[in-house]
Design a protein around this ligand. Structure first.
Ligand code: ZN
Length: 280
């Protein structure tokens, strides 16, 4: 079976929607300190449990027309949107792996698809939690720094062909972590000395380390460039539209996550067009 023939692609998309459902649970429950697996999903207003058909990703929300069956309280459209987004991202990882590995259904190819997909699921969870609470929980960032190192150790070992491009390799991963922690240390030291206040939280540094562990230091650079640029644009936009006041802090995590996902899929294109632009 190829990494991205149509049947496996659709199947992997369905897995992505189910993982998206879990991402919603994590984003809702982790900040509240509630168990992620028990009890089963229930209405946030009247606490009545969801039936088996209502638990189906995307379709369940559509069947209920966005309202709880028992109390008619509206259920946020964010739930099905995140499920759809995760389905697309999971399929995106499989297609991207197909492009960089060629049509080979190798074990390292599938291992890489699974690894990167779960990494993205963790990133989207972090973006949602940061958006809601301005916190980036260590419970997600710390293990995924270690998992990045493990991933880039195991995938090259599992690779059967010598042209393995599914992994950046262990050294790149380690340099990504060192670079992220070093850079954010300098940034926070600098903003403390110059502005007299803490610029970015320690959570942002651990999120950057999680990006570096999976993308390597070069991929991390692209992720940071996209993250800072989109964060600046988002900040200006939010101030123009008066969503936030000048000087008000807003979560930076979602922009770093956006940069990380863009970097995974498009770092080669971005780097070569940038080098073209500056005339290299
Ligand atoms: Zn209800």
């Amino acid at each position: 079976m190829g990494v991205a023939d149509l049947a496996s692609l659709i199947l992997w998309g369905a897995v992505g929607a189910c993982v998206g459902s879990f991402v919603n649970v994590v984003a809702y429950r982790l900040p509240l300190g509630i168990s992620l697996v028990y009890p089963a999903s229930r209405c946030p207003s009247c606490h009545s449990a969801l039936g088996p058909t209502e638990n189906v990703p995307i379709l369940g929300w559509l069947l209920l027309r966005g309202r709880c069956k028992s109390c008619q309280a509206p259920i946020s459209a964010r739930y099905p949107l995140i499920e759809a987004l995760m389905a697309l991202l999971f399929m995106g990882v499989a297609l991207w792996m197909q492009n960089s590995l060629g049509n080979v259904g190798t074990s390292s190819g599938w291992g890489a698809v699974i690894g990167y997909s779960l990494w993205i699921a963790a990133l989207v969870s972090l973006a949602l939690v940061d958006w809601d609470t301005m916190e980036l929980p260590d419970e997600i960032t710390r293990p995924f720094v270690a998992l990045g190192v493990l991933f880039h150790t195991l995938v090259p070992l599992l690779a059967t062909d010598d042209g393995n491009q599914a992994s950046i390799g262990l050294m790149q991963s380690l340099w990504g972590i060192v670079f992220a922690l070093g850079l954010f240390d300098v940034l926070s030291y600098g903003s403390e000395k110059l502005l007299g206040k803490e610029g970015m939280g320690g959570g942002d540094a651990k999120l950057a380390a999680m990006l570096g562990a999976w993308l390597g230091w070069q991929g991390l650079l692209v992720a940071l460039a996209v993250g800072f640029l989109s964060g600046a644009l988002g900040g200006v936009l939010a101030m123009t539209l008066k969503w936030i006041k000048q000087g008000e802090v807003f979560p930076f995590g979602p922009f770093l996550v956006f940069g990380g996902i863009v970097s995974l899929f498009a770092q080669d294109v971005l780097v070569s067009s940038y080098l073209n632009l500056i005339g290299w």
